[in-house]
Design a protein around this ligand. Structure first.
Ligand code: ATP
Ligand code: MG
Length: 429
């Protein structure tokens, strides 16, 4: 056992038991996204390092220390994507999607950040990204927020999750604000941790995002960005809050909320939960009206957010969410009793699959006795068992056994599909 190769630190396997939960969540994601007419987009996991440097900003945590960057055989600088927004925007620019009115898009996939692995923080994790291009808001800001709220509702977690909202104004507003932050934090320089001391000179705005509790008090008394916001951003924010109030979405305005990535402006938001060991952000996002220009394209207003899927699952598990009890249930389990009739059983299973393409059909190849085979059917949560033995094959029949409603019937093989339909009819009653 000494020589087993382990997976990379902070990167996890998802075995079939986990995938059941993932698929349950993904189904809800897709239904909701579809009902808001968002369309899926897929783009590479590896991009040129320059894309992230230019899009995310050189003084962010991601660029400073979290990227998985490497050179390929031709010495090109490449990076495993740490987030999806810039790749999504690059793809839309390349494919000319920004020229065509508006875009409502989503993607789901792995992201990579070299972070210290801990509960809810991994080096490979998954995000559902939701992005909308071409609309200036605040109505589209509201739509994105409503869409995510609907996902929480369908997952039955609305009451465990809080929406925090803020506006961070324009890049111009932030330049003035950063100056006053610098002057403020400079007074406390010796009390700041190493990261924040560095940020004081690179980007004092990022000190507000620090997770170090010992400097929280200093941060609490720092100047507030709201005092530096221009009229355009203030009006946008007021209108959004009014819309939210009218629709009845509850939120907390958190004037200290900033986002870790440089490309955000105006509206920023986060859904957090206190249900895990410490406060965790499950979903975060905001407007990023400058990004397309940073990437060399025409200016296109944009808003988006990302749900951290692993953190969402941690929350669902901590709540012992009922819906997670869904185990993979076999709809039709086919048992045969003698090796020589195996081919009959295989043919029967193929016919059943053709007739019921949505049903989960499993044939039991294990050559064990009938009791053990039924025990297995029960363990797998099988709904119906089809049993074939020498006698059934000779009589051209099959035994249909309904394990849920505890009834059974001998059917002619040629009628088995019709009979099975009747068994399943009861499920829809
Ligand atoms: P944090 O402040 O927790 O580091 P962030 O601001 O870096 O989060 P974003 O870049 O906004 O996170 O990513 C959106 C969401 O993706 C987060 O709210 C979180 O749910 C998830 N996420 C981010 N980093 C990780 C990670 N290393 N492991 C697991 N999930 C993550
Ligand atoms: Mg982070």
């Amino acid at each position: 056992m000494a020589n087993i190769i382990q997976s990379v630190k902070g990167m996890h396997d998802y075995i079939p038991k986990d995938i059941q939960i993932w698929q349950y969540i993904e189904k809800i994601f897709k239904n909701v996204l579809n009902s808001y007419s968002y369309q899926e987009i897929r783009f590479p996991i590896i991009e040129k390092t320059e894309l992230f440097q230019r899009g995310i900003g050189n003084t962010t945590d991601i660029i400073e220390k979290e990227m998985y960057s490497f050179k390929d055989k031709k010495n090109s600088n490449l990076t495993l994507r740490p987030e999806g927004t810039v790749g999504c925007m690059r793809s839309c620019i390349k494919n000319g999607l920004l020229r065509h009115s508006e875009q409502r898009l989503w993607y789901l996939g792995p992201m990579f950040r070299y972070e210290k692995p801990q509960c809810g923080r991994y080096r490979q994790f998954h995000q559902l990204g939701i992005e909308s291009f071409g609309l200036i808001g605040p109505d589209i800001d509201l739509e994105v927020i409503m869409l995510v709220q609907r996902i929480w509702k369908y997952l039955h977690i609305s009451q465990y999750i809080n929406l925090e909202l803020n506006t961070i104004g324009s890049i111009h507003d932030r330049i003035n604000y950063k100056k006053s932050l610098y002057l403020y934090f400079k007074k406390y320089e010796s009390l700041l941790d190493k990261d924040c001391q560095r940020r004081l000179y690179t980007n004092p705005f990022r000190i507000l995002d620090s997770k170090n509790d010992s400097i929280k008090e200093i941060i609490d008394d720092a100047p507030i960005l709201t005092d530096y916001i221009d009229d355009d951003s203030s009006i946008h924010f007021e209108q959004l809050c009014k819309l939210m109030d009218k629709i009845g979405i509850s939120y907390i305005v958190n004037y200290k909320l900033v986002r870790g990535l440089d490309y955000y402006n105006k509206t920023v938001f986060e859904w957090t939960t206190n249900k895990l060991a410490s406060k965790h952000t499950i979903c975060a996002g905001g407007r990023y009206d400058y990004l397309s220009k940073y990437l060399g394209s025409i200016s296109v207003p944009a808003i988006g957010c990302a749900i951290g899927v692993e953190r969402l699952i941690l929350l669902l598990k901590s709540l012992k969410n009922q819906s997670l009890n869904v185990i993979l249930c076999i709809d039709i389990f086919i048992i045969f009793l003698q090796k020589e009739i195996e081919l009959h059983a295989i043919k029967l299973s193929e016919n059943v699959r053709t007739a019921f393409p949505d049903k989960n059909v499993q044939i039991n190849f294990l050559n064990s006795n009938i009791t053990k085979q039924f025990r297995k059917a029960n363990r797998l949560g099988a709904r119906i068992v089809l049993l074939l033995g020498l006698i059934e094959v000779k009589n051209k029949t099959v035994l249909i056994k309904d394990l849920k409603f505890k009834k059974q019937k001998i059917s002619l093989i040629k009628n088995v599909i019709q009979e099975l339909k009747l068994f399943f009819v009861e499920d829809n009653l």
